[in-house]
Design a protein around this ligand. Structure first.
Ligand code: SF4
Ligand code: SF4
Length: 251
């Protein structure tokens, strides 16, 4: 990586404050929008499945269940047209609908190509995981590609203090926001703010950021991409959660 930006540890205090504010703003705007986005996702799924809801099947039904509420989550008997609707719904959500979500997700990830890494080195200097180094190695051993790539470059910081020194603002913001235990890592291949093994860097480096909802260091040039696609990414996230709910209730 080219040494065109100074290390985060060299920031003066007003820059530090600005960086922290930016990170918190990123997080809060996402958090504030989530409830609204979740409702939007729920209504959208509901509208999609209502399109093939049967119309007045009870008028010709011989089972006569006497169920008053003809909701998708009703306890309909076998042979009931609403029961078929439930089966259809599940197959639709798990199939065609989910595929559309996957396509949209691929499209928003492709939009990342419109932006270029500014080579600040922050993602190499401080990486975080919910897993300890041992857990990551076990996951890698069991075939998890991401973990395999991760442990091929990153090593744990000796202490939280060291991790904090690498990027105090990012460290502090993550600490305030993430409730679960977090483990901090760095890549020893970062030398003078340049990747010393650039040609052989693994996919996790080439594809960073991997998650459109991930909180990024404030200097990361992909913040602009993330800002543009955050709403749609959250909508997809919410829809996937809702599909899981439908699966549990109807499966
Ligand atoms: S291998 Fe290179 S690009 Fe990947 S984390 Fe290390 S220094 Fe950064
Ligand atoms: S934090 Fe973002 S801009 Fe900086 S090196 Fe990593 S990917 Fe590039």
């Amino acid at each position: 990586m080219e040494n065109i930006f100074k290390n985060a540890g060299e920031n003066n205090s007003s820059e530090e404050k600005e960086e922290k504010t930016l990170l918190l703003d990123q997080y809060n705007s996402l958090k504030d929008s989530y409830k609204e986005i979740f409702m939007e996702a729920a209504f959208s799924i509901r509208a999609a499945i209502d399109k093939f809801k049967p119309e007045n099947p009870c008028t010709i039904c011989t089972v006569k269940c006497n169920l008053e509420k003809k909701d998708i989550f009703g306890d309909f008997p076998v042979g009931c047209a609403y029961k078929d609707w439930q089966v259809q719904t599940l197959s639709f959500l798990e199939g065609e609908y989910k595929q559309k979500l996957k396509n949209t997700y691929t499209a928003i990830m492709d939009k990342k190509e419109d932006f270029t890494c500014n080579q600040c080195g922050d993602c190499c200097r401080l990486a975080v995981s919910e897993y300890s180094y041992e857990q990551l190695k076990q996951r890698a051993y069991r075939g998890d590609k991401f973990s395999e790539d991760f442990v091929s470059v990153f090593v744990p910081y000796g202490s939280e203090e060291e991790a904090k020194n690498a990027n105090p603002e990012y460290f502090e913001t993550l600490g305030n926001l993430v409730e679960d235990k977090t483990y901090y890592y760095y890549c020893p291949k970062l030398k003078d703010n340049l990747c010393s093994d650039y040609e052989n860097r693994p996919d996790i480096c080439k594809n960073f950021p991997h998650n459109p909802l991930k909180l990024l260091p404030s200097r990361c040039s992909y913040n602009e991409w993330r800002k543009r696609i955050a709403k749609i990414a959250m909508l997809i996230n919410a829809k996937v959660d809702i599909i899981e709910f439908y699966k549990q209730k109807l499966g």
